[in-house]
Ligand binder design. Structure first.
Ligand code: ADP
Length: 448
């Protein structure tokens, strides 16, 4: 089936050939006509001049026009032209057709050429070449020639169009084959088959398009995989606290457990974890959709660090941890949403406290790094195994699932922190040595 694009290509090629043939034909026609005209004029002029000289010579030798008729007849036969010669009185003294001899000649549509050689002092006669034939006779012959040429052009043009049609048909099929492949792959992709890839080895823009399509398809496949994983992760994360709650309630119902303060506290903890999980998920989904509204202004980071540290101090004291701040005297203000950056700081501090044993130290530092401020939370805790370190910013990733759950973590804290820092144009990273401690640092832009 001929596709629309293929038809358009064929029509375009045909049009180009027709227009080119037309232009070539008209310009050749015009140029040839001019040239033939000029050539004819030149030959005529040369012939007339020669005839004038010969007639004058004849007259000068003979002293009259007597006996000129055979010569004129001969010239007329040779040149296939009618030649009429009159004397000074207009009486025909020679006619190549011998018809008007001796008659007074009054030409209707032709002016004669006067014979006035310098030695004679005056006019000795007048001669006419083709006086009665239509002046455009030559042109009629030319028109016939041009008509022929035109016919050749039309035939040539038609052959060119037919050849172009065939060539375009096969060429466009070759060109459009990858487009068709891309179209059907895109359709299947649209129907949800994300494994679609196209094999276009073309090095032109089509090859580039195919490459872009393939990378888009693989991005979509990854996004789809992520979405599926996320749904599975969320279901899994929700199931654990819910089944704990259910288990407790069933135990109470069956009389295995008493509905005492302990049971209620356990239930409350699980319910709190559930609601934190839902809050964190909501925040993460906003951050990932780029819909977090940041209210940014110049903020004193020293103050912010002091407040966040003071906020967790009671927990640190209760856990037997020492919490310290080590900041330079003066730091430039940061262009941040203080609420969000406090949230990041609090998350890093809580993580440090949760993963550092009694007697350990947690230190918060900050310094200027070019146009950014770098804030770091270091601890002397258990550290993170090297194989886990690259994954800890992924959602629900926990080094030790059972323990992390005990600390009430949702496994989303670092993921949210990363998104928040990135929304500010900064970066976040972690360094850690197992058994010695960890250092989490992030950068935020300095206010202009
Ligand atoms: P959670 O809610 O479990 O704390 P996070 O995303 O904040 O989730 O952290 C992910 C995991 O990274 C934690 O479960 C923990 O295993 C590890 N982690 C985070 N901070 C530290 C730290 N300072 N020291 C050791 N491990 C840490």
């Amino acid at each position: 089936m001929t596709s629309k694009l293929q038809f358009r290509l064929m029509a375009a090629f045909t049009l180009v050939i027709l227009v080119t043939t037309g232009i070539v034909f008209f310009s050749i026609n015009h140029a040839t006509q001019n040239e033939i005209h000029r050539f004819r004029e030149r030959i005529n002029q040369a012939g007339i001049a020669r005839m004038g000289v010969e007639l004058s010579q004849y007259y000068s030798q003979q002293g009259s026009w007597e006996g000129i008729q055979p010569f004129v007849e001969h010239w007329g036969n040779l040149s296939k032209q009618r030649i009429i010669l009159t004397d000074i009185n207009g009486i025909v003294v020679a006619d190549s057709d011998s018809k008007l001899l001796g008659e007074l000649y009054e030409p209707t549509n032709s002016t004669g050429i006067s014979l006035s050689p310098p030695w004679a002092g005056n006019t000795i006669g007048t001669f006419y070449i083709n006086p009665d034939s239509p002046p455009e006779l030559g042109l009629i012959a030319l028109q016939i020639i041009f008509r022929r040429i035109g016919l050749f052009f039309i035939c040539g043009g038609l052959i060119a169009v037919a050849v172009a049609f065939l060539i375009t048909f096969f060429l466009s099929r070759r060109i459009l084959a990858p487009v068709e492949e891309l179209t059907s792959a895109a359709k299947r992709l649209g129907d949800g088959d994300f494994s679609q890839r196209v094999q276009v080895k073309d090095k032109s823009e089509l090859g580039e398009l195919a490459g872009t399509f393939n990378s888009m398809a693989s991005d979509l496949e990854k996004a789809e995989q992520l979405r599926r994983n996320m749904v599975a992760d969320i279901a899994h994360e929700l199931r654990t606290p819910l089944s704990n709650i259910k288990g407790h309630l069933e135990a109470v119902r069956d009389g295995v457990m008493k509905p005492d303060a302990n049971t209620i506290r356990s239930l409350d903890e699980e319910a709190t974890l559930l609601s934190r999980l839902i809050d964190d998920l909501q925040e993460l989904s906003l951050a990932e959709a780029g819909e977090l509204k940041l209210v940014r202004q110049a903020e004193n980071i020293t103050e912010l660090i002091k407040q966040a540290t003071a906020g967790v101090q009671p927990q640190a004291t209760a856990k037997g941890l020492s919490l310290s701040i080590d900041l330079p005297d003066k730091l430039p203000p940061a262009n941040i949403d203080s609420h969000r950056i406090s949230q990041v700081l609090r998350n890093l501090l809580e993580n440090a406290m949760a993963n550092t044993a009694k007697g350990g130290t947690i230190t918060v530092t900050a310094k200027q790094e070019g146009k950014y401020l770098e804030v770091a939370v270091s601890d002397t805790g258990e550290g993170i195994p090297a194989e886990d370190l690259p994954n800890i910013f992924e959602r629900f990733y926990r080094v030790d699932k059972s323990r992390a759950r005990a600390t009430g973590g949702t496994g989303l804290g670092l993921t949210i922190s990363k998104r928040l820092v990135e929304a500010h144009g900064g970066t976040i990273e972690a360094q850690s040595e197992l058994g010695k401690g960890s250092r989490f640092s992030f950068t935020i832009p300095i206010a202009e």
